[in-house]
Design a protein around this ligand. Structure first.
Ligand code: HQG
Length: 179
């Protein structure tokens, strides 16, 4: 079984395109697992079932997914682009600095616009430089940016933390980028 491919498929459906398989997510991002299984396409010839889904959820390195307490529903905890989802997030005071991993080829544009969320609902930030490095490497030669998160918060920007610890903010204007 190819867990990575199935995890990517679940991310695609649960974060971006539930309508692709006519799946309904509620405002908090939850999908009924039975419904998801019956509507999903096989991934690399593997037909999804409850055991596979639960294994992927518990093995996810970044804890991308969550199963509801009653075991009937699944959601992605962050990373959404679909506007049908608006997860109630914990609003928290961030640490002094947070990191964002990007690709060097985006730096000129970031200097002009600051960090923007593009297709997703939020800019994603992390406390972990290694995570930032691997996130940035998905798009080219990686570059870690440090952000004055606490100063932003003091100036009125709202910071949220997803269930898996990823920090979320709507925009990071250029003056708050340290490097
Ligand atoms: C860049 C992964 C030009 C931004 C990670 C990034 C994360 C700009 C790309 C989650 C820009 C957007 C999200 C600007 C930002 N001009 N480029 N003004 N502002 N960018 O994939 O943060 O493994 O939407 O730096 O762990 O890379 O999928 O966001 O390179 O938490 O679970 O535009 O995805 O999680 O790319 O990644 P993305 P991201 P998973």
């Amino acid at each position: 079984m190819n867990e990575k491919a199935i995890s990517q498929y679940l991310s695609f459906i649960l974060r971006h395109k539930p309508e692709e398989i006519d799946l309904t997510l509620d405002r908090e991002g939850w999908a009924n697992i039975e419904d998801l299984i019956s509507k999903s396409q096989p991934v690399n010839n593997t037909t999804l079932d409850e055991e596979i889904i639960k294994s992927i959820v518990s093995n996810s390195d970044k804890k991308r997914f969550q199963i509801s307490d009653d075991g009937k529903y699944i959601r992605a905890v962050q990373g959404h682009s679909t506007t049908s989802v608006d997860i109630t997030l914990n609003k928290l005071v961030p640490p002094i600095s947070l990191y964002h991993g990007t690709a060097q080829r985006f730096i000129d544009s970031i200097k002009e616009q600051g960090l923007i969320s593009k297709d997703r609902q939020y800019v994603h930030l992390t406390e972990n430089k290694d995570t930032a490095l691997s996130v940035g490497a998905r798009y080219g030669k990686p570059q870690i940016l440090a952000i004055h998160a606490l100063e932003m918060h003091k100036n009125g920007f709202e910071f949220f933390q997803a269930e898996n610890g990823v920090w979320l903010v709507k925009h990071v204007p250029e003056p708050y980028r340290v490097c």
